[in-house]
Design a protein around this ligand. Sequence first.
Ligand code: R5P
Length: 289
Amino acid sequence: MIVTTCGNSIPIAKALAKKLKAKYSPLSISSFPDGDIYLKYNTPVKGKKVIIVQSFQPRSDMSLFDIIFAAETAKDLGAKKVILVAPYLAYMRQDTRFNPGEAISSKIMAKLLNNSIDKIITVDPHIHRYKSLKDIFTISAKKLTADTIIADFIKKKMKNVVIIGPDWESYQWADVIAKQIGAESTCLAKTRYSSRTVTSKLINPIDMKGKNVVIVDDIISTGHTMIEGAKKAKKLGAKSITAIGIHGLFVEHGYEQMKKYFDNIYTTNCIEHKSNKIDVTSLFVKELK
Ligand code: R5P
């Protein structure tokens, strides 16, 4: 077994290789002067299982392209099987045509991967309008979840906690995590006006006065959704406000903006960032052993 990466998720790739007693060998990827991609394996892969570990952030577009080149090259070189470990799978939020003429990006991304890899393993993909990954993937597709790891992290770090999901979609995580730590939970009703403008309302209020409020979401992109949640918690008398994101993208200075509203910001290492405090590597080890 060979564990490789196109440049993202190097710490997970190295740790995974060590735990699986596999060889870690990163790809060489660069561009020709005209911008064409150049990709090279640095170890023989003939007859081997190749695990490509690559989060789709940063550079979601190039990550997709690099993964396809890496998978096709592995097969061309005689690899037995190509498995993609994508701690963060991008393009999942565009799961319908919200406006006439739009691309349904998640379907296109999956179609490209279906053609080139044998199996995909990912963590908490943004599944909203689909029932499961099977709706778009024809290859074997495994969805892992970080909810227990997050619940354990909260249990170790905080007491007197309530959990909030900043929108209905996030309640699937907020509710499960709250149940695991025996805390109360609720979620906000979010209205999205654009990729950068959201408002939210507290429909089922819970007592937040003097509590350590933890707001949990799958994706933190610009941070606006989280900030709306923090404003509500503050109004209701929260003692402290913590953000936990499974996938911390923090685009457009999202992290710096969020720091004005949150006492703590923690993420998993599905996307590398200085807020990474929750390690998901063990999830992949169990799946690949
Ligand atoms: C979408 O529904 C996701 O679960 C997140 O709530 C969303 O991606 C967060 O985006 P932003 O940080 O830009 O508000």
